[in-house]
Design a protein around this ligand. Structure first.
Ligand code: 13P
Length: 276
């Protein structure tokens, strides 16, 4: 993570088996070219990682990841998938603590911490997700929840280890609902996250993506906020033409002079440490 790249991450959730993933890749590759300063990340179901990795070979701007991993490398964990296994299939990233894992499958802050640490130890980039539910938001507890979730990861990592971590702010009430956070609201939480990291001795720029009902219509306005380093997208990433459209529109987002970047001209020039 030496360059400040704009990240477009597709979380396919439980969609697209291996054959569909390959068909997606063929269409998608014909529609998008690599661009400086832009990384395209895909999180297919585990059974599709190998097929998608093979189909995307030759595209250095594309990286494939897992949606979930176990913290143990192997053992009696029926249904579990380990980090070495997804790496063998081609994954170089993994989501950790997605809200659907937390809320539908009971994943705890403690488990999120363990998975993050295990991913880093194995040499795979963790994309750690945090976000409040609607009732937490309505109850005025957004900050408290974010601070707690980030704190659980801060508690198990050295400050230096954050060089390899990427975060995503995904408010649960915005996921799959068509109700995205406003660019200002998202930017504010991203600042809160960075403040928390700074307080605990993380002195460099950790990329923070926004996720929750991002689509072709709102991606550019979200990405005009310099606090956002990219987007993590579910529904709008499932169709190759639609996802390509999101990427093109998002890439055109211009940045304000206060510290973000203009994708078309500046990206790739600086390092994360150059950010304010
Ligand atoms: P949607 O883009 O479908 O709201 O999903 C967001 C998400 O959960 C990405 O991880």
């Amino acid at each position: 993570m030496n360059e400040r790249k704009l990240i477009f991450a597709a979380n396919w959730k439980m969609n697209h088996g291996a054959a569909e993933a390959q068909a997606f890749a063929e269409k998608f590759l014909a529609l998008t070219s690599p661009a400086d300063g832009r990384s395209l990340w895909f999180f297919p179901p585990a059974v599709s990682i190998a097929a998608l990795t093979a189909a995307m070979k030759g595209r250095p701007d594309v990286t494939v990841g897992a949606q979930n991993v176990h913290w143990e490398p192997k053992g009696a964990y029926t249904g579990g998938i380990s980090i070495p296994m997804v790496m063998e299939a081609g994954a170089r990233l993994t989501l950790v603590g997605h809200s659907e894992r937390r809320h539908l499958f009971g994943e705890t802050d403690e488990q999120v911490g363990r998975k993050t640490r295990a991913a880093l130890a194995a040499g795979i980039t963790p994309l750690v997700c945090v976000g409040e539910t609607l009732s937490e938001r309505d109850g005025g507890r957004t900050e408290q929840v974010i601070v707690r979730q980030i704190g659980a990861v801060l508690g198990v990592l050295d400050a230096q280890a954050w060089h390899k971590v990427v975060l995503a702010y995904e408010p649960v009430w915005a996921i799959g609902t068509g109700k995205n956070a406003t660019p200002d609201d998202a930017a504010q939480i991203h600042e809160l996250i960075r403040m928390q990291l700074g307080r605990r001795g993380v002195s460099f720029h950790v990329p923070v993506l926004y996720g929750g009902s991002v689509n072709a219509g709102n991606v550019a306005s979200l990405l005009t906020r310099p606090q956002l380093d990219g987007v993590l997208v579910g529904g709008a990433s499932l169709d190759p033409a639609g996802w390509s459209d999101v990427i093109v529109r998002g890439s055109q987002a211009k940045v304000r002079p206060s510290g973000g970047w203009d994708v078309s001209s500046e990206l790739g020039a600086g390092s994360q440490e150059d950010l304010p």
